[in-house]
Design a protein around this ligand. Structure first.
Ligand code: FAD
Length: 271
């Protein structure tokens, strides 16, 4: 399938990108293009203008900033995977980036694109949700910070305004243990179900492909808070969640997988 006709401009700075996106009613940023272009080819997205932010090197970095690590939105998955700073300070993120698709996808896709796309089947958004990340957005009305728990709103829907550019992702360093479990048939496939779990002051657990957006396993988190064992808490992984059925798995199988993977994650973390 070919995408519908569109205009294309390339921004040379984030300020210019924000100005350009306002020039058209249905313009979209394009970063790695690995989620947007497939949608355009299926005509599920028909933007009249693409504002290319893919070469904004000012937004590609991983830096230490006090108790947090700041990651530029244009940082590609392969650079997140290889960052020595992340491997040392927030290893779950480097590990999860290395589980995304195949090397070609990891060399093009960006952490900001994956986050802004807000796909419940994506790996990094769930890890960022478990980490209680903060997302920094800039737009015509200025800069704002959005907590991960308020960011993912529904199917490919986030709290970002249409003219807002996601510029930075901030994650806390104070993680003691973590686990990421991705269940797929072949190494490069999307997760049928995935689990990202981290322990700081409490244990936080997020789920991949259990709903239209990344979700926290609130049943498991509450059970752990009440002193339940890992196997007991894992049984509540899908509590209050209505997972999808598709060619890969029924909703019931996903519920079962979620509890198995959450138990494995908690046991790997010695909880
Ligand atoms: C074959 C294949 C396999 C894949 N496998 C996996 C997988 O196993 N796990 C996984 O998690 N993902 C997978 N992906 C998705 C991949 O990780 C994408 O790269 C990522 O989801 C989107 O990043 P991108 O930079 O390509 O964004 P784009 O496709 O360029 O953009 C996606 C959306 O985000 C918006 N956007 C992008 N950047 C910004 C920004 N800075 N501010 C505001 N809006 C922005 C765009 O307007 C668009 O709506 C796969 C993709 C492919 C093609």
């Amino acid at each position: 399938m070919y995408p519908a006709k569109f205009e294309y401009v390339r921004a040379s700075s984030s300020a210019e990108a924000i100005r350009m996106i306002q020039d058209s009613e249905d313009a979209k940023f394009i970063a790695g293009g690995h989620s947007l272009l497939p949608l355009m080819k299926f005509r599920m997205a028909t933007p009249s203008l693409l504002v290319d932010i893919g070469r904004l090197s000012e937004l590609s970095y991983v830096r230490e900033d006090g108790n947090e690590i700041a990651i530029g939105a244009l940082t590609r998955h392969c650079d997140v995977e290889r960052s020595e700073l992340l491997r040392r300070s927030v290893p779950i993120l480097a590990h999860v980036a290395g589980q995304v698709g195949d090397p070609q996808v990891r060399h093009r896709g960006t952490i900001g694109g994956s986050t802004a796309h807000g796909d419940g089947a994506s790996d990094l958004p769930a890890a960022l949700l478990a980490l209680d990340a903060t997302f920094v957005a800039e737009g015509p009305s200025g800069r704002r910070e959005l907590p991960a728990r308020e960011f993912f709103r529904g199917f490919l829907e986030t709290a970002l305004g249409e003219d807002e550019l996601l510029t930075e992702i901030r994650v806390p360093k104070a993680i003691t243990t973590w686990s990421f479990q991705k269940f797929n048939r072949r190494a490069q496939d999307w997760a049928i179900v995935g689990v990202a779990a981290v322990r700081s002051d409490t244990t936080k657990v997020a789920l991949v492909n259990m709903g239209s957006s990344p979700l926290r396993a609130t049943g498991t988190e509450a059970a752990l808070g009440e002193g339940a064992s890992a196997p007991e808490a894992a049984l509540r992984a899908a509590e209050g969640i209505d997972p999808p059925s598709d060619l890969n798995a029924s909703a019931d199988f996903r519920r079962h997988l979620a509890s198995v993977l959450v138990r494995r994650a908690l046991e790997e973390m010695n909880i």
